[in-house]
Design a protein around this ligand. Structure first.
Ligand code: GLC
Ligand code: CA
Length: 581
């Protein structure tokens, strides 16, 4: 069942800088432009559709974000990654782009975008855009032309299988109602390929013209002054156009079956050489191949491809069950850390717009434990090695939503999975149970600003239901409460900024087999800190390993006190960062 993107499922296996300084606007002066700045930044992922509506149409927009820029500055994030804001018919919420150089009218105009970028830079915040080029929309001018005639100059921007050659070799689509990645198109009696929905035809990267188009699109945005790209589904772009058989692909194996096609790294090297190396920007790939060895190919600095990558294995822990094992989470994060211990760099995240809310999945979102467990998870994100990616709303401890039936869901993945279920007469109760836990709409509900109608998100009807718990969980309330999840998040960010050990320090897991406590040290030169996280809703004690001598200084604690002698007495979901001698 395609409840989430298959490319976000658990993998079962394991800059150069030549600044665009010449045309740098004066307002960027306070931006950190040191080489490697992207290692030290904290990325805030902002889902524009749900952040702030400014005109009452129920859809978040760029002017709305501008209104909230002081808030972004106040929390201390260094970089914002904006989900797609380009022109799109919104089959997959902007991941189906019909014009890469236009802003989606619902979100505003290019002037609004320019104002947003300027406003961010004026506050010392960088902006990273989503680059969605595994596929375009079927409403893109390229595809409209390509599907109209076999001799269109844009025909080879996409993959076609002429019907006279018979049925094309099976390819699995993660969003398609029938999971068939080939869609028959009558005007030219051919099938086209779509790994995602049938409104997202895959672009043909074997075609150098297409690659140049993408380079030009990247330059267009970089010349406006943006600070990098998050490269959507990029690991899927490379395909063998002869389509040799790849049998037996399912939702569970989709990612690993298709994520390492021929010439993938040639395309990345070309992008680096032609575009990225000419700007002081960051690049991050969604997905990292089948294992850590393949992930290194994306980010080994000597290869000159990308700066960092993120894997689905961490967020994928426990993705098909009601619970997860902490020992699995520890094993996965430790394994991925060790892969980049000598070179390369990774992104650290526990949630995004394709995942459930992190506190509902990895914490305990019941009222008694929600705040403590959200603080613990933020402590984790901000004390690991790698660049933290914090998803909007997680700084408040926003939770999974409650929806009543399929009509409340908006996600193409959920809706198409429901179609399939109905056709097959599947178990509805089990389906809705899974959806409630894992649907991507859980994390896409409107941002909870205050306790007024619709959480202050819109004066109209929100495009997706606001979580009813906004009355209690909202930014305005947390702002006033010094012990809120929000204020703890601010402290954790400030701590990371002040202490390079939390960014660059070596990571060492302690007590690997402990099923409730996740403990590790970070060491940089003479500086050493201990992070202890009680991943459980019960009080626990934890004995300090021999040789570890804490100072009395606790750098961060999500409870007012900490009992510590040879043992730590930890409250439910207590999370502490302690300086060691
Ligand atoms: C990525 C995006 C997801 C989208 C898919 C297709 O996984 O994060 O939201 O549906 O790519 O573009
Ligand atoms: Ca709006």
């Amino acid at each position: 069942m395609a409840l989430t993107t298959a490319c976000n499922q658990t993998s079962k296996t394991e800059s150069a800088n030549s600044p665009a300084a010449a045309n740098k606007p004066a307002s960027t002066a306070m931006l950190d432009k040191k080489p490697g700045w992207w290692k030290e930044t904290v990325v805030y992922q902002l889902y524009p559709r749900s952040f702030q509506d400014s005109n009452g149409d129920g859809v978040g927009d760029l002017k709305g974000i501008v209104r909230r820029l002081d808030y972004l500055k106040s929390i201390g994030v260094g970089t914002v990654w904006l989900n797609p804001i380009y022109a799109s018919p919104n089959d997959d919420n902007g991941y189906d782009i019909s014009d890469y150089r236009e802003i989606m009218p619902e979100f505003g105009t290019m002037a609004d975008f320019d104002a947003l970028l300027k406003g961010m830079h004026a506050r010392g915040i960088k902006l990273v855009m989503d680059l969605v080029v595994n596929h375009s929309s079927d409403e893109h001018a390229w595809f409209k032309s390509a599907r109209a005639s076999r001799t269109s100059p844009y025909r080879d921007y996409y993959y076609w299988w002429p019907a006279e050659k018979g049925t094309p070799p099976a390819r699995f689509s993660t969003f398609d109602v029938k999971h068939d990645a080939w869609q028959y198109d009558a005007p030219t009696k051919s099938y086209y390929l779509h790994y995602f929905s049938k409104k997202q035809p895959d672009l043909n990267w074997n075609n150098p013209k297409l690659r140049q188009e993408v380079h030009n699109i990247m330059r267009f945005w970089l010349d406006k002054g943006i600070d990098g790209f998050r490269m959507d589904a990029f690991q899927f772009v490379a395909k063998d156009p002869s389509f040799p058989p790849i049998p037996g692909v399912t939702q569970a194996t989709f990612t690993n079956a298709y994520n390492h096609g021929p010439r993938l790294h040639d395309y990345l090297k070309e992008i680096n050489q032609e575009v990225l190396s000419k700007y002081n920007v960051m690049s991050v790939a969604e997905g990292a191949g089948r294992n850590t060895t393949e992930a290194m190919l994306f980010v080994d600095p000597a290869r000159k491809e990308l700066d960092m990558t993120y894997t689905f294995e961490g967020t994928g822990v426990g993705s098909d069950a009601d619970t997860y094992k902490l020992t699995d989470l520890k094993r996965v994060f430790t394994h991925w850390d060790s892969a980049f211990a000598q070179k390369g760099w990774q992104a650290i995240d526990l949630g995004n717009h394709d995942q459930p809310r992190m506190v509902s999945k990895f914490g305990d979102d019941r009222p008694a434990f929600r705040a403590a467990s959200a603080k613990l998870l933020n402590t984790f994100l901000l004390t690991m090695r790698g660049t933290p990616y914090c998803y909007n709303g997680d700084e408040l401890g926003m939770t999974n939503s409650t929806f009543n039936g399929i009509a409340d869901y908006r996600d193409v993945a959920a809706r198409n999975a429901y179609q399939l279920l109905k056709q097959q007469g599947g178990d509805q109760a089990a389906f809705f149970h899974l959806l409630a836990r894992f649907s991507r709409d859980n994390s896409r509900t409107p941002f909870q600003w205050d306790a007024t109608a619709n959480a202050g998100f819109t004066t109209g009807t929100p495009w997706l239901k606001v979580n009813p718990n906004y009355v209690a969980i909202n930014q305005a309330a947390e702002e006033k409460d010094s012990s809120s999840v929000l204020n703890h998040f601010r402290q954790a960010i400030a701590l990371r900024k002040d202490h390079p050990v939390l960014v660059h320090g070596q990571y060492q897991l302690l007590d690997a087999a402990n099923p409730h406590i996740y403990a590790y040290t970070r060491t940089l030169g003479a500086e050493k800190v201990l992070v202890v996280l009680n991943f459980s809703s019960a009080a626990r004690t934890w004995s300090l390993p021999n040789g570890l001598k804490p100072t009395s200084a606790s750098w961060l604690n999500n409870y007012p006190t900490l009992k510590m002698d040879s043992q730590l007495a930890l409250q439910p979901w207590q999370a502490v960062v302690v300086k060691l001698q």
